[in-house]
Write a protein that binds this ligand. Structure first.
Ligand SMILES: *Cc1c(COP(=O)(O)O)cnc(C)c1O
Length: 462
C-alpha cells in the first residue's frame, strides 16, 4: 500500500516565522503564560483551533470574485442554499454569521425557561445558549466517551437508556429538541454511528420530539461511518451524509469547520413553519434572509467549500493527517486519546507529566512546554477551561487534563506533523525534570481561559 499524500499542491504560500527559545520565553512571559495572548507572528505552527483556520481552494477563491452582494435575492445565497439542500435534503436555509448565531436564532424559537435539551456533550456555545434561556442541557453520551483507554468506534454515540430516561423524567413537553453533535467536539471529535442516529430518530418519533444536528463536522462524521460502520464501506460520502440528515428535522452549522471557509454559518430545516418562525429572529439578529450576516462572496465560497468537504479524496487526507500525528506520538510512547478524533489529537497531560500537581494546571503546563520547546501553539482542555464552581468558587478539576493539537484543514503538511511530534517527543524524554506548574495571578469571573494570567510556581528545570 502507498502512503497517503495531500491531494493538492501549494499555489500561494504564507511564510511561517521561526523563533529562538529565548525569544519565546520573553513573549510567553509578556503574555502572562496565556497562549491566547500571543501574537500570531510569535507562533510557528498554530494548532489552537480548526475553526475558520482552513485554506480555501482556487475554486473557492474564484467563486469569491463573482460573489453577488445584492441585499435581497443574492445569486450567491441561491448557490449556497442549493448545495445545502442537495447535501442534506432540507429545503429551508437561513444564513447566519457563524455557528453560535444559528443556535441563537433557532433556540429563540424552540427553547424556553425550564426546558431540558438532551444531547451528546453539547458544545460550549450550544450549552451557553441553552443555559442563557434558563433551560438545562443534559449530557447523554455513552460512558466509553470519558475513558481514553476504552476502544469504541463511535464514542460520540448517545446512550439510548440515558436519553429515554430524560424523556421519562421530564416529559416530552419540556423537551423542545434533542441536539446531536456531529462529530462530538467536546469529547474529542468522536463520531456518531448511523445506527445510533436511527435509534435517536425512532425514539424521537415515539415521543413526537424534534431532532436537530449540530453539524459543524458532519463530513468528518460521514468519513468515520464509511470506514468504521458495518454496511457502509461501499456507500459514497454524499449518500451517507444524506442518510445521516434524514434522521433529523434540521441542523445548525458552523461553516468555519466542514464548510472550509473562514467565517459563516447557517440553519437548515425541513419544516416550513419552523423556518418562518426562525426567519423573524434571523432578520432581527443576523440580517435579511438571503445574507444573514454573510457577504455574498462568503456564501459563494461556502457553496463550493461544502462540495469539497464531502469529497472522498479531501476527507481521507484530512482524517489521515490527524491520525498520522496520533501514530507518531503513540510510537514515542506519548499517551493520547484513542481512537483518534477527526480534527484533533488529545494528549493526556496527567499521564505525560505525572509529577506536576493538578492544582498547578498540568495540561496548561504541558501546552506551555510545547510552545517554549518549538513555537507550536496547542490549547489546554483541562482545569483552566473547566473554570470554577459557580457556588463554591473552587476549581473544577475534570477527570481528564488534555492538550488538544487541533489541525487546520489543508494548511500544514506531513513535515509539520513530524515537527510537532518531535517537539513533544523531546519534552517526553525529559518529563521527569518537569515537576511543577503555574499559579493564577489574575482571572475574570467567567470564561477565564481566554484572559487568565499566570506565573511559574518555580522549580522547573528548563
Ligand atoms: C465551533 C462550533 C460551534 C460554534 O460555531 P462558531 O462558528 O464558532 O460560532 C458549535 N458547535 C460545534 C460542535 C462547534 O465545533
Amino acid at each position: 500500500m502507498l502512503p497517503y499524500a495531500e491531494p493538492y499542491r501549494i499555489k500561494m504560500i504564507e511564510p511561517m516565522i521561526p523563533s529562538e527559545r529565548s525569544q519565546r520565553e520573553q513573549w510567553i512571559g509578556d503574555a502572562r503564560y496565556n497562549l491566547f495572548k500571543l501574537k500570531s507572528q510569535q507562533v510557528f505552527i498554530d494548532l489552537l483551533t480548526d475553526s475558520g483556520t482552513g485554506a480555501m481552494s482556487q475554486e473557492q477563491w474564484s467563486a469569491m470574485m463573482s460573489g453577488d452582494e445584492s441585499y435581497a435575492g443574492s445569486r450567491s445565497f441561491e448557490a449556497m442554499k442549493e448545495t445545502v439542500s442537495e447535501l442534506t435534503g432540507y429545503p429551508h436555509v437561513l444564513p447566519t454569521h457563524q455557528g453560535r448565531a444559528a443556535e441563537n436564532v433557532l433556540f429563540s424559537v424552540l427553547v424556553k425557561q425550564g426546558d431540558v435539551v438532551p444531547g451528546n456533550a453539547h458544545f460550549d456555545t450550544t450549552k451557553g445558549h441553552i443555559e442563557f434561556r434558563k433551560a438545562k442541557a443534559v449530557d447523554c453520551t455513552v460512558d466509553e466517551a470519558h475513558d481514553t483507554s476504552a476502544y469504541h468506534p463511535f464514542k460520540g454515540n448517545l446512550d439510548m437508556k440515558k436519553l429515554e430516561n430524560v424523556f421519562q423524567t421530564h416529559g416530552k413537553d419540556r423537551i423542545p429538541l434533542i441536539m446531536v453533535t456531529l462529530t462530538c467536539n467536546s469529547i474529542g471529535g468522536q463520531p456518531v454511528s448511523l445506527e445510533n442516529l436511527k435509534a435517536v430518530r425512532e425514539l424521537a418519533d415515539r415521543y413526537g420530539a424534534t431532532v436537530i444536528f449540530d453539524a459543524a463536522r458532519f463530513a468528518e462524521n460521514a468519513y468515520f461511518i464509511k470506514t468504521r460502520e458495518e454496511g457502509y464501506a461501499d456507500r459514497s460520502i454524499r449518500e451517507i451524509v444524506l442518510e445521516m440528515f434524514s434522521c433529523a428535522d434540521g441542523m445548525t452549522m458552523s461553516s468555519k469547520k466542514d464548510g472550509i471557509v473562514n467565517i459563516g454559518g447557517f440553519i437548515a430545516l425541513n419544516s416550513e413553519s419552523l423556518y418562518r418562525e426562525a426567519s423573524m429572529f434571523n432578520i432581527l439578529f443576523e440580517g435579511y434572509l438571503t445574507y444573514g450576516g454573510m457577504t455574498g462572496r462568503d456564501m459563494a465560497a461556502l457553496a463550493q467549500g461544502l462540495k469539497e468537504a464531502t469529497s472522498w479524496n479531501y476527507l481521507e487526507s484530512r482524517v489521515r493527517q490527524v491520525a498520522y500525528l496520533g501514530e507518531q506520538l503513540k510510537s514515542k510512547g506519548i499517551p493520547v486519546q484513542e481512537p483518534f478524533g477527526g480534527h484533533a489529537i488529545f494528549v493526556d497531560a496527567k499521564r505525560f507529566l505525572p509529577d506536576v500537581p493538578v492544582e498547578e494546571y498540568v495540561a496548561q503546563t504541558l501546552a506551555l512546554e510545547l510552545y517554549l520547546e518549538s513555537g507550536v501553539r496547542a490549547v489546554e482542555i483541562g482545569t483552566l477551561l473547566a473554570d470554577r464552581d459557580p457556588e463554591t468558587r473552587e476549581n473544577r478539576h475534570p477527570s481528564l487534563e488534555m492538550v488538544r493539537l487541533t489541525i487546520p484543514r489543508r494548511v500544514y503538511t506531513r513535515n509539520h506533523m513530524d515537527y510537532v511530534a518531535a517537539a513533544l517527543g523531546n519534552i517526553f524524554d525529559r518529563r521527569s525534570l518537569i515537576t511543577s506548574g503555574y499559579r493564577i495571578t489574575y482571572e475574570p469571573p467567567l470564561m477565564r481561559h481566554f484572559t487568565v494570567e499566570l506565573e511559574k510556581v518555580g522549580g522547573n528545570v528548563q
